[in-house]
Write a protein that binds this ligand. Structure first.
Ligand code: R5P
Length: 291
C-alpha cells in the first residue's frame, strides 16, 4: 500500500488537512512568511521516508505568488520523493489556454511546463476551465468534477420546479450534469464577451422560466459580470428565485454585492477557494482520483 504525506500550501491548508484525514496520511505543515517586498519564504517539516507526496495549493489571487509557492513546495518535495502529486484545485491562468487576440501569450502552456519542471509526476485539478488547458500538461493529469457534489447540496433545498441554467453555451454539459442529479431540465444562454473590454452580453431571445426557481451554474465566478447579466435577463422573463452555484468563487472586488443587487438570492461555491460561500467540500472527489 502506498504511504502518503500531504503538504498544504498557504492557499489551501484546510483542504489539504481534509485530504490528509481521508487518506489517513501524514499532514506536513508549512509556514509561509511574506516579506515586505512581496517575496514568499516557505518552510516545512520533515517528510516521512518512502512516501508519495501530495502538494495541495490553489492558485487564486495573488495568483503569481500562490503559483510560485506551489512550484517551490513541489520542487522541495521532489528532493524527498520521486512521487509528487500536485493538487491544484483552482488552476489560475486556465482561461489563457489559447490565443483569442493576435499576439496574446498562451500563459497556461508556460505554467504547465513550470509545474512539470518543478518535479510533479501527476497533476490533479477540480473543474479546470477547459480541456484545451489540460492538454498543455505533458505529465499525467486528471480533472475531477465538483458538479455532482454542488448539485447534491442544492438537492437538499426546497426549490420550486427548479431549472438549471448555464450562463453560456460552453457550459451546457456542466448544466446537464447538474440537472441530472436534481432530476430536472436545463437551458444554456447565449453569451458573448468583448475580448478587449471584457464586457459581457446575453443574446438569448426568450426562456420559459416563469415561476421557476433557477440555479445558474458556472465553473468560475470572477467579477460576477456574467452572472449579473444572466440574472437580469432571467428576472425579465419572470422567473422566481435565482440561485447561483460555482466551483471556483474568485469574487473579485464587490462581485458578491453586484450579484445580490441584480437579484441573486443565494451563492454557493466549493472550498477550492476558501470563501464564506464555500459550503461544498471537494476533498472527497480529489481523494478518489489519488487512490
Ligand atoms: C468563462 O468562460 C467562465 O466560464 C466564467 O463564466 C467567467 O470566467 C466568469 O467571469 P466573470 O464573473 O468575470 O463574468
Amino acid at each position: 500500500m502506498v504511504k502518503f504525506a500531504v503538504i498544504g500550501g498557504n492557499a489551501s491548508r484546510d483542504l489539504a488537512k481534509r485530504i490528509a484525514r481521508r487518506l489517513k496520511a501524514t499532514y506536513v505543515e508549512t509556514q509561509t512568511k511574506i516579506f515586505p517586498d512581496g517575496e514568499s519564504m516557505i518552510t516545512f517539516g520533515r517528510i516521512p521516508k518512502k512516501s508519495a507526496v501530495i502538494v495541495v495549493q490553489s492558485t487564486y489571487p495573488p495568483v503569481d505568488t500562490n503559483l510560485l509557492q506551489a512550484l517551490s513546495i513541489i520542487s522541495e518535495a521532489r528532493k524527498s520523493s520521486s512521487k509528487v502529486y500536485a493538487v491544484i484545485p483552482y488552476m489560475g491562468y486556465a482561461r489563457q489556454d489559447k490565443q483569442f487576440l493576435s499576439g496574446e501569450i498562451i500563459t497556461m502552456s508556460i505554467v504547465a511546463k513550470m509545474i512539470k519542471m518543478a518535479g510533479a509526476k501527476k497533476v490533479i485539478f477540480v473543474d479546470i476551465h477547459s480541456k484545451t488547458g489540460l492538454n498543455h500538461f505533458k505529465i499525467t493529469k486528471e480533472n475531477v468534477s465538483a458538479i455532482p457534489e454542488l448539485a447534491k447540496y442544492f438537492k437538499k433545498m426546497k426549490l420550486t420546479n427548479p431549472l438549471v441554467v448555464s450562463p453560456d453555451l460552453g457550459g451546457s454539459l456542466r448544466a446537464k450534469k447538474f440537472a441530472g442529479v436534481l432530476n430536472t431540465d436545463f437551458i444554456a444562454l447565449k453569451k458573448s464577451r468583448d475580448r478587449n473590454t471584457g464586457k459581457v452580453q446575453i443574446h438569448s431571445s426568450k426562456a420559459d422560466v416563469r415561476g421557476r426557481d433557477l440555479i445558474v451554474v458556472d465553473d468560475i465566478i470572477s467579477t460576477g459580470g456574467s452572472i449579473v447579466k444572466a440574472t437580469q435577463f432571467l428576472k425579465r422573463q419572470k422567473c422566481k428565485r435565482v440561485l447561483v452555484a460555482c466551483t471556483h468563487g474568485l469574487f473579485i472586488g464587490d462581485a458578491i454585492r453586484k450579484m445580490k443587487n441584480a437579484g441573486v438570492s443565494q451563492i454557493i461555491s466549493t472550498n477550492t477557494i476558501p470563501r464564506s460561500t464555500s459550503k461544498v467540500d471537494v476533498s472527497g472527489v480529489i481523494v478518489e482520483s489519488i487512490q
